[in-house]
Design a protein around this ligand. Structure first.
Ligand SMILES: Nc1ncnc2c1ncn2[C@@H]1O[C@H](COP(=O)(O)OP(=O)(O)OP(=O)(O)O)[C@@H](O)[C@H]1O
Length: 354
């Protein structure tokens, strides 16, 4: 198990703005680390720089302290899993998995043993002699995973490996990939635009937008303590409320919202929140509750209700501000057109960078 360091890497193409800008990250040994962000944010480019397919314009890539920036991809000791599997269709399963061992000149007997063990680890024990076109998409992706694991890579790189699978299979494969990774103990970097996938699988997540890193944290940290309005909106849903800092109470800032109500809000340590400053406060829909009109931080009108089974999602309008409120289903909930008060659960408001 080795740590991977991205030492202030940037990538530009020609004179255009950098697609990856000054990214500085240390991924711990054995960690499952996810690069998350919308399409075009630079996450695949970052992964390709770790793999060696793309050279950074500036900065260094270090594996276990060793500078890999100039080392070619096939000498880095990485295993890669792609969205489109990239299997050899005319080889059977075992031949596909053995590929990296043949090119590394591993002896036949050891090859057989390692292929069998890799297939076992992804739940394809009985499939060694199957042709690739006789496998489902999920099975093909398992073969691709076994092929990456069999070479016992120092670092496992996965680029949107579940995107081509249907929703149910995607959830099953999350668990399988995670289990195989933990068993093998390989430092892994995973790219996805799916925040649910990132939350379910990762030890830590790096959230990107437009080539810049907004936040690195555990799934709980990025959810409960988002660093920016972008992170608050991209990870789950959030109400981002504009306001002005009017004072402090211990660790929290007192923020006066446009409605005139004041909330106490926590904030990132590195974000100075001084009196008089304009800020935004993030509150998750499940941390807002209903009150009598006039008895909360906002008065609002119910515009729509969506029943999801486990909860009801309310769409409210407070003046010009749209609010989302999620509550457990029950009989006496407000109806469309009703006027309601909206309250924040204590300790649940959080100041974010606008
Ligand atoms: N070879 C290239 N030449 C010029 N621009 C490129 C090149 N490769 C990528 N880009 C641009 O860099 C930006 C980041 O691309 P990248 O593939 O890293 O994004 P991404 O976050 O992985 O998106 P997606 O999920 O759509 O793959 C995009 O705007 C893309 O158009």
């Amino acid at each position: 198990m080795i740590p991977v360091r991205l030492d202030r890497i940037s990538k530009s193409y020609g004179s255009a703005a950098p697609v990856v800008h000054d990214v500085d990250v240390t991924i711990s040994a054995g960690e499952f680390f996810t690069l998350l962000g919308p399409s075009g944010c630079g996450k695949s480019t970052t992964l390709r720089m770790i793999a060696g397919f793309v050279s950074p314009t500036s900065g260094r890539i270090l594996f276990d302290g060793r500078d890999m920036t100039a080392v070619p991809p096939n000498k880095r000791g990485t295993g890669m899993v792609f969205q489109n599997y990239a299997l050899f269709p005319h080889y059977d399963v075992a031949q596909n998995v053995a590929y990296g061992l043949v090119s590394r000149k591993v002896a036949k007997e050891e090859r057989r043993r390692r292929v069998a063990s890799a297939l076992e680890s992804v739940g394809l024990g009985g499939y060694a002699e199957r042709r690739i076109d006789q496998l489902s998409g999920g099975q093909q992706q398992r073969v691709a995973l076994a092929r990456a694991l069999v070479i016992e890579p120092a670092v496992l790189l996965l680029d949107e490996p579940l995107s081509n699978l249907d929703a149910k299979l995607r959830e099953e494969m999350r668990t399988e990939i995670r289990r195989a990774q933990k068993n093998a103990g390989i430092t892994s970097v995973y790219v996805t635009h799916d925040q649910g996938e990132a939350m379910a699988m990762s030890d830590r997540i790096a959230v990107f937008d437009a080539g810049k890193l907004h936040q690195i944290g555990t799934p709980r940290q990025v959810y409960h303590q988002p660093a920016s309005a972008f992170v608050a909106r991209f990870i789950g849903r959030s109400n981002v409320l504009p306001g002005e800092v009017v004072g402090r109470e211990g660790e929290r800032a007192a923020v006066k919202l446009d409605s005139g109500a004041t909330v106490l809000a926590g904030h990132p340590e590195d974000l100075g929140v001084d009196t008089g400053e304009s800020v935004a406060v993030s509150v998750r829909p499940e941390h807002l509750t209903f009150a009598e009109p006039g008895d909360g931080i906002f008065d609002a009108v119910v515009r729509g209700i969506e029943f999801t089974g486990s909860s009801c999602q309310f769409d409210l309008l407070a003046g010009e501000l749209e609010l989302a409120v999620t509550v457990a289903d029950r009989a006496d909930l407000p109806r469309p057109g009703d006027r309601v008060g909206v309250r924040v659960e204590p300790g649940r408001a959080w100041v974010v960078r606008p």
